[in-house]
Design a protein around this ligand. Sequence first.
Ligand code: AHR
Length: 652
Amino acid sequence: MNIRKAGILVLALLMLLPAPALASTLTVDVKDTTVEISDMLYGLSMEDINYAADGGLYAELLQNRSFEYEDILNPRESAHYTGWALNMTESASSTVALGYENPLHENNPAYMQVYAAKGQYRFANLGYQSTSAAGGIPVKRDQTYRGYVWMRNAGDFEGEVEIVLARRGGSSIAKAQRFTLTNEWQKYEFSFIANQTENAILCFTVYGTGHVDVDMASLMPADAFGAEWPGGGLREDLVKAMKRLNPSFLYFPGSSAAEGSDYSNWKDTVGPVETRKETMNAGGYTQSWGLGYYEYFMLAEALRAEPIPVVHSGVLNQTEGKNAESLSLIDTLDYAQDIVDLIEFANGDVTTKWGALRAEMGHPEPFNLKYLAIGNENWNMVYWTHFDLIYSDVKAKYPDITIISSAGAQAEGTILNASWATVRDRYPQNIVNEHTYMSGYWFLNNTKRYDSYARDIKVFVGEYAVHEAVSSNGRRPNSLYSAICEAAYLTGLERNGDVVAMASYAPLLAREGLQQWTPNLIWFNAGDVMLTPNYHVQQMFANNLGEWVVKSYFTGFNQDIYHVVTRTDDVMYIKVVNAGNVEEEMNLDLTGVVDEDVCKTTLTGEKNDTNTFGTKNRLEPMDDYFRIEGGYTTIILPPYSVTVMTFNLDKN
Ligand code: AHR
């Protein structure tokens, strides 16, 4: 081959190779700011679905502690014994039945009547997921557990009731405690120090003969978060996971309350826990309300988050077609007063009726409530008619409360548009609650959604998550890719932080194996917590939020790059998302930063990776540092990555 031919061949081969990618450039002048960002942008939307509260955040270890469980699809007596094992001593002539006569409280109507024939009769609460190895009542060696049970001698009982923590086989793992009973309902308190780590049960043994009535039992770790609250405490590990998200608000108790199969009234969720009324929630299970509105206010305060209670609007779940089951307008007028009373409960001084109840429950200072959501996923005339009755009463007494109104369940379409039109026309002071459960493709294509929104009415992106196709395990995955697409979307929310006032991923919590809905932000089981890549994105964004958006100019060809730049007085944050499968080299050309080692936090991995309880740390953000001098450097953005960089600012 002569030299000319060889040259042509080399040239041809070179042309076949992919062209080296050109680095893109992000140019920023830190002084060039645009809009002010809402300081409430990132918060939490809590709802009792997926056993998020009962069986989850709420530290109660017993399931169905007051025999009120019902089965919505198949009403039957046995549902009332869910979570309980009966007749463990196999006494043929002993019996149990449900009692309703002279209950502990009218809101707590069912109780268990035990007739012990002779000798002993044993029953036990098995906790949640008692048939799985990891279920039951998880107790740790040397830790203290406190509990109580309401009981009475139904007239003819001679003997004692013994209570103890035990292995599933029945042998005790703590010192048993015994009680004699009176003829009135009485609360019997006990505490145990577990002598081993165990998935335990709580055994009740009736020694003697005759009738005993049993209701409302409880068992919680003595050191639960807020253990002193009237409803009881919360799981410390889950509260910690929530805290790390640095939430600016807590929306509660979520759609399960606003759209459950029963109406729930906040008044039935406060006061002594045995007087609270259990209801069937949107997850299709009975919700105890031990974690009631008061405890949610306390949690919001502990998280330093604005409390945002949501109340149902007088209309049940319209997504499930329950328009016809709305409250009558007359009933809604009464109900509107209940909502007005909720504000008095939160903010009234202790001389007011509901402020006094708050004080009695342990919090004389007001909770300083500023926001109230009426309805969660409601729309059309049925909603607005009911809404208006509540709105008018609330505004008449509390004109400064900001109302959040619903805009249906869809991220786009006629319902959303009509809801906006109604707000613009009649309630321009409202914040509009948009829900966005869409594909990753949609999220990436809608990062500019809010660029064109009018700035006068604010948006609460109250529920959002990327919904990918259901995988072979029947779940929509919490994949890295879903988190990447959410991160890209969040760059758009931050850039529009003047009109997007608040946003929260939903749902927040799910108990592994008891979920009705996927994906979820935080998964947990009896004793462990598993954070998703979606959680890590929330944490990276919420902990690095500026006060103003800084103008930024991206030059490059890669369509998979999304970014936002924000700053406070002292610090600038650059967030960049690479949603594609190719590494990106990016020059940073920054005016106004100091020469320094910059912290760069990156979340990356394989597109479809997920975390599991066995591989909890597979996807988690990693920190490293790079040097910037003279405001210029080059960084590498891995494929499928979210990167957050923090720069100190030059004050001169
Ligand atoms: O958050 C999960 C569900 O999403 C809620 O129960 C409902 O409001 C919405 O459809």
